[in-house]
Design a protein around this ligand. Structure first.
Ligand code: SF4
Ligand code: SF4
Length: 167
């Protein structure tokens, strides 16, 4: 497994993101019958090639959404009230109705090791990210379209979908 090279990833994104997003739109509108099987196989292959600990780009440049349960769980762990936790770390995104991190990189990311300091109790959104196996597959294509610019695993998944679907 090669470590993720974020610089070359950004270059690939710059050159291919339009084509990848167009491809995903086509799959969303007209998914192949075997989309579930393609998604399962590509998901396994992606995680044999991608080591998130050499990347952590999601924790560096994106924010998870924090559910009410996430906020309760993490603030209890930090011995803060939920209000203190929100005041210190979060803002409320009125447009989407979500609690988000005020800052990037995430305050819980260890920038030396790329590990999450609250891994066991991290937000649900972080635990599920990048949602490559979520069912129904087509309901998550718009999510992959957004994440393709930031997440090398999502990018690789789409690359593999292109090979499998355009065969
Ligand atoms: S989920 Fe994606 S962006 Fe996050 S660390 Fe893994 S490869 Fe990198
Ligand atoms: S809580 Fe942990 S996994 Fe989630 S963004 Fe922050 S550092 Fe990353």
């Amino acid at each position: 497994m090669q470590p993720v090279n974020l610089r070359s990833f950004k270059q690939k994104v710059f050159h291919h993101k339009k084509a990848f997003k167009k491809f995903l739109s086509k799959v969303e509108k007209n998914p192949p019958k075997n989309i579930n099987s393609i998604a399962n196989k590509t998901n396994e292959a992606v995680w044999q090639e991608i080591d998130c600990l050499s990347c952590a780009n999601c924790c560096k440049v994106m924010s998870p959404t924090f559910t009410t349960n996430d906020i309760k769980r993490i603030s209890t762990h930090l011995k803060l009230t939920t209000q203190e936790f929100k005041d210190k770390y979060l803002f409320y995104d009125k447009k989407d109705g979500d609690w988000m991190n005020k800052k990037q990189p995430c305050q819980f990311l260890n920038l030396t090791t790329n590990k999450c300091n609250i891994y066991e109790i991290r937000p649900e959104d972080c635990a599920g990210f990048p949602h490559l196996k979520k069912k129904k597959i087509t309901d998550y294509i718009h999510v992959h379209q957004q994440n393709i610019e930031y997440c090398p695993a999502t990018y690789k998944m789409v690359e593999k979908w292109m090979i499998a679907i355009n065969k």
